[in-house]
Design a protein around this ligand. Structure first.
Ligand SMILES: [Zn+2]
Length: 386
């Protein structure tokens, strides 16, 4: 029901293997609770026309936060991940406090009615960095070293809080809602503040013991580019948006006047207008990324790479360059493969957090009960009033 707009009982029976009596019982309860809606009938020449069913998108809401985005993004989504309200918060300079997240959540919930606020099931946050078993997060981009993030956010809100690594949220958003829908071997690569890659292999999210960090593979061992992790020549130190700006400024310093606060999109624009220094920086970044992707190709042999971050909006210029670099290093036994730019755009983290929240709600008995009971209570009061 989550994956398709409408569905019939017959399709559910086929997909779940439930027996018809059990399914009827389930659906009766879900319809009474307002979680499932009957939206019409399919025409039928014989017998009773089959009902068309769908999830009620407004049966519940999630508050979602993308800490990887710049600026940090907040949204309220419905059950299906459609964004209802949004809020952005400027870039925190170095370290980031949970109070700032709490403030953003308060702001995004500001326009909601009492009824909508009551229907918020959970808060779902995608964060950068690596967490240990106790939920302490180390993120060089956030300035966190073993920061007890999960404990702090859990204490800050009166709803369950789900925290997930951004890369995982992004690839699952692509897999459940985006370009990689139904593609069981795919890689999502985010190239922005940092460089992150996340892998779906055989339809399952691939994860190492703690977490694989694609951005910190060494791409140019002798390069002078110092990474935030302390090493030199990391992919992130060459291809992240900050690294692009840094390299460009280093090249043009003294030779031309630059407007203050230049960003990566501006460097990409200049490269498209044949600014030789900008072009050199972008070509170097694409070469580094192409090499990086070729390693993933050699190990995971995906059918599809989806690119996000600064690729969104610069697809026509960047994708052919990356494609050409990658093609240099892919062996003939790999492929065919495809390169695509995310269509979820800047909302990918919010969508991923919402999709994760939905799937975690399904796995959580207490939350499922809350989702269903609320509506039962409402229909009972309506009955009494009637
Ligand atoms: Zn690094």
């Amino acid at each position: 029901m989550y994956r398709q707009p409408t569905i019939t009982r017959g399709e559910i029976l086929k997909a779940t293997g439930l027996n018809p009596a059990s399914l009827s019982h389930c659906l009766q309860n879900l319809i009474a609770a307002g979680v499932v809606l009957r939206v019409g009938e399919i025409e039928s020449r014989t017998g009773r026309p089959p009902d068309l069913l769908r999830l009620n998108p407004d049966a519940a809401y999630f508050v979602v936060v993308d800490l990887e985005a710049s600026p940090i993004r907040f949204a309220v989504t419905n059950l299906l991940g459609d964004i209802r309200y949004r809020w952005e918060e400027g870039d925190p300079a170095d370290a980031m406090d949970v109070a700032l997240i709490a403030k953003g959540v308060e702001m995004v919930c500001g326009p909601m009615s009492r009824r909508e606020l009551d229907a918020i099931l959970a808060i779902s946050i995608c964060r950068p960095g690596i967490a240990d078993a106790e939920g302490r997060v180390t993120s060089v981009n956030m300035g966190w070293r073993q920061f007890p993030f999960e404990k702090k956010v859990a204490a800050a809100f009166d709803r369950p809080v789900f925290v997930e690594n951004g890369g995982r949220a992004y690839v699952l958003a692509e897999y459940w809602l985006g370009r990689a829908r139904g593609i069981d071997h795919c890689v999502y690569v985010e190239v922005g503040k940092g460089v992150g890659g996340a892998i779906i292999s055989h339809g399952t999210f691939f994860q190492g013991r703690k977490q694989a960090e694609f951005g910190h593979i060494t791409i140019e061992p002798d390069a002078p580019d110092l990474c935030k992790c302390g090493k030199r020549g990391c992919l992130e130190a060459i291809a992240s948006s900050g690294s692009i700006v840094r390299q460009y400024l280093e090249m043009v310093r003294g030779s031309q006047r630059l407007p203050g606060g230049i960003n990566a999109s501006e460097v990409i624009d200049r490269a498209q207008r044949d600014d030789p220094q900008a072009l050199a920086v972008i070509n170097r970044a694409m070469r580094a990324l192409g090499l990086g992707l070729s390693y993933l190709m050699a190990i995971f042999d995906p059918e599809l790479f989806v690119l996000g971050g600064y690729f969104v909006g610069a697809e026509d210029f960047l994708l052919p360059r990356l494609q050409a670099e990658l093609a240099k290093y892919v062996r003939e036994w790999n492929g065919p493969y495809e390169l695509a730019v995310s269509r979820l755009g800047l909302d990918i983290g919010l969508k991923g957090a919402a999709a994760l929240a939905f799937h975690r709600t399904l796995a959580d008995e207490t939350l499922l009960r809350t989702l269903c009971q609320k509506r039962v209570w409402k229909s009972e009061t309506r009955k009494k009033a009637g």
